[in-house]
Design a protein around this ligand. Structure first.
Ligand code: PGA
Length: 246
């Protein structure tokens, strides 16, 4: 059985280092012994250095800059992240597009520099409105076209429909049947660009302990990206266990 990915995106939470440390340690304890799962916690930059030491989990960042170093006030380079012990970096999350105006060009450049730094980019794509996923393949191609096959092996792609994110106003939960078309499209693009290289495809959007098994059961899905439900250790640990059929 291939490895399954459970990526916790804490977003701009919690408030203190104490809480962050406690949460990470509880998750590590909660997922101890679960086989075949790569559990990744992505906290805010400010907590990364402290959480790296927790056992059984990997750490990732929620963003990085597209240059290695230099005069870029407020930015964090992928080289710095790698030096801190990060293995992954989420790139292109819809909230960065929505609140910061992050463009496809920027995300594309970030993916490349993250790869140079030795990080695994977790590339998010998803449509704003339900049913409008026809653009999905084009968007994904725009971000990853031109990467070589070796780079492709380090890539992860997340299907993250904005309308299904737990904090989206007026949004609603996706059902397993909503994923078939988009996941097929993502897989089609990955095959066209990289042949049979296995790129993990994840799902993100209101994933919880109660529905994780449905999403993990979909053909072509290798893991989940979890926002809200990753902020309670017991909930996230249960989610990982249920996703692994435990
Ligand atoms: P959520 O967030 O799990 O809170 O819906 C998911 C995401 O932002 O991708």
């Amino acid at each position: 059985m291939s490895k399954k990915y459970y990526i916790a995106n804490w977003k701009m939470n919690p408030d203190t280092l104490r809480e962050a440390r406690a949460l990470a340690l509880s998750v590590a304890r909660g997922v101890k012994g679960v086989k075949g799962a790569e559990v990744v916690i992505c906290p805010s930059f400010v907590f990364l250095g402290e959480i790296g030491a927790a056992p059984f989990i990997k750490i990732g960042a929620q963003d990085c800059f597209w240059e290695k170093k230099g005069a870029y006030t407020g930015e964090v380079s992928p080289i710095q992240l790698r030096a801190l012990g990060c293995s992954y970096v989420i790139l292109g999350h819809s909230e960065r597009r929505q609140y910061l105006g992050e463009t496809a060009e920027q995300v594309k450049a970030k993916i490349r520099m993250a790869l140079v730094a030795g990080l695994r980019p977790v590339v998010c794509v998803g449509e704003e409105k339900k049913g409008s996923h026809v653009q999905l393949g084009t968007r994904l191609k725009q971000l990853i076209k031109g990467l070589d096959r070796k780079d492709a092996q380090r890539l992860l792609v997340v299907y993250e429909p904005v309308w299904a994110i737990s904090t989206t106003k007026g949004g609603r939960e996706a059902e397993a049947s909503d994923l078939a078309g988009p996941v097929r499209e993502i897989r089609r693009v990955l095959r066209a660009l990289f042949g049979s290289r296995p790129v993990p495809v994840l799902y993100g959007g209101s994933v919880e302990p109660d529905n994780v098994a449905d999403f993990m059961g979909i053909q072509g899905i290798d893991g989940v990206l979890v926002g809200g439900a990753s902020l309670k250790a017991s909930e996230f640990s249960a989610l990982v266990r249920k996703g692994q059929g435990r």
